[in-house]
Write a protein that binds this ligand. Structure first.
Ligand code: HEM
Length: 404
């Protein structure tokens, strides 16, 4: 039977509690759905809207790899994670993350050259310098620090500012507004205000760059005759927000995971060449995009024996897919020597993360350098006192007080 508001499954309640009280496990309700109802189940969203919850690895792959599932939020039946998201996605001109091909491909193609592995690999010395500077500043200031504030957030923010041509001096402004934008517990008003202020800021910046061109991503975008200021600003906003929030949360939560698994951290210290694989494993194990990637069926689709009808919403749970026992043996265990390459932490299909080569290099450098330079790194507060970002689109730890 189709669920109604009355039997709305609390499965999709936000903030989402984590399984077994473990801050690294997928949200409890999603994991229960996977184990009890199987890889495709029927749930209700916060507003009572019925939706398919897809939790298995093979099934997530089928949905995200199939162009009959649309990422366009203007499509009736699109599943919104909160009132704020519904308001936001209904009111703003979409960027390519919320568009289908061919328009998605047209916009994405303009940026792919900036994010290819070769270009990003060439940034390693620059990123290493930023990472070392951040650690110098942090360790000069005292015997302890909040790692989020002193390290995890500044490093990706500095990098994306450098690439886009956004002044880092404005970081308090854009970091606080990005946070408000991604907060699913925020009011419609606060999400709307954050969006307006960020659009205003990036529009002014794009406008300025059109008059005084520079060789940055945003500067080159506004020089194109086929890109309007509005489109450049919207693209800049997507990259600015996606470019620092995700990597920052992965850095801090990844550090915490290593502090809680000291044998894994020792292994990495002893064998730094493991860092690339370790970052893939941490991406899999932590899956910070934790509340589901939304799609809507544009026609009837047969999905692993279930008929998803045109206009029905689907949420792909990357976190449970990334622990699916059919693909990852002992998926609840962190093992930095595991081959984790089939994880979906960056999504899958045409919308698979554009920034993943950058995120990988940033995480490899940030985590390797931290372990190497601070061999005595430890938590400065009891583990039980840490608070987590359970109500945000991107999961993470609020503060990470550490000493070394
Ligand atoms: C898309 C995760 C870092 C830019 C995505 C998607 C995921 C994701 C799951 C797919 C969304 C969907 O299918 O609807 C992550 C994670 C990151 C990360 C876990 C860090 C650890 C970055 C960075 C940038 C970035 C550093 C930019 C510099 C984008 C963009 C898209 C995207 C532009 C949209 C791609 C498209 O629709 O074609 N990301 N991301 N991401 N990400 Fe990332």
């Amino acid at each position: 039977a189709t669920p109604t508001h009355d039997d709305a499954d609390p499965a999709l309640a936000v903030p989402a509690a984590r399984a077994d009280g473990c801050p690294f496990a997928p949200p409890q309700a999603y994991r229960d759905a996977h184990h009890e109802a199987g890889p495709i189940s029927r749930v209700a969203l916060w507003d009572g809207a019925p939706c398919w919850l897809v939790t298995g690895h093979a099934q997530v792959r089928s949905v995200l790899g199939d162009s009959r599932f649309s990422a366009d939020a203007r499509h009736p039946g699109f599943p919104f994670l909160s009132p704020g998201r519904r308001e936001l996605l209904n009111r703003t001109t979409p960027t390519f993350i919320r568009l289908d091909d061919p328009e998605h491909a047209r916009q994405r193609r303009m940026l792919t050259g900036d994010f290819i592995v070769k270009r990003i690999e060439a940034l390693r010395p620059e990123i290493q310098r930023l990472v070392d500077d951040a650690l110098d500043t942090m360790t000069a200031r005292g015997p302890s620090a909040d790692l989020v504030d002193a390290y995890a957030l500044p490093v990706p923010s500095l990098v994306i500012c450098h690439l886009l041509g956004v002044p880092y001096a404005d970081h308090e402004f854009f970091q606080s507004r990005s946070r408000a934008l991604l907060d699913l517990t925020g009011s419609v008003e606060s999400v709307g205000a954050a969006q307006r202020e960020l659009v205003g800021y990036l529009t002014d910046l794009a406008d300025h760059k059109r008059r005084e061109p520079d060789d940055t991503l945003l500067g080159r975008l506004v020089e194109r005759p086929d890109v309007s200021i509005a489109e450049a600003a919207a693209t800049g906003l997507l990259l600015l927000v996606a470019g620092h929030e995700t990597t920052a949360n992965m850095t801090a939560l990844g550090t915490l995971a290593l502090l809680r698994h000291p044998a894994q951290a020792d292994r990495l210290r002893a064998e730094p060449a493991l860092i690339k694989g370790a970052v893939e494993e941490l991406l899999r194990y932590l899956t910070v995009v934790h509340l589901g990637v939304p799609r809507v069926a544009s026609e009837n689709v047969e999905l692993d024996g279930t008929t998803v009808r045109a206009g029905e919403g689907v949420l792909c749970m990357l976190s449970t897919a990334n622990r699916d026992g059919l693909v990852f043996a002992d998926g609840d265990e962190l093992d930095v020597t595991r081959d984790a390459r089939r994880h979906f932490a960056f999504g899958f299909g045409v919308h698979q993360c554009l920034g993943q080569p950058l995120a990988r290099v940033e995480l490899q450098i940030a985590l390797e350098t931290l372990l190497r330079r601070l061999p005595g790194l430890r938590l400065a507060v009891p583990f039980e006192d840490l608070r987590y970002r359970t109500g945000m689109i991107v999961y993470g730890v609020e503060e990470l007080p550490v000493a070394w």
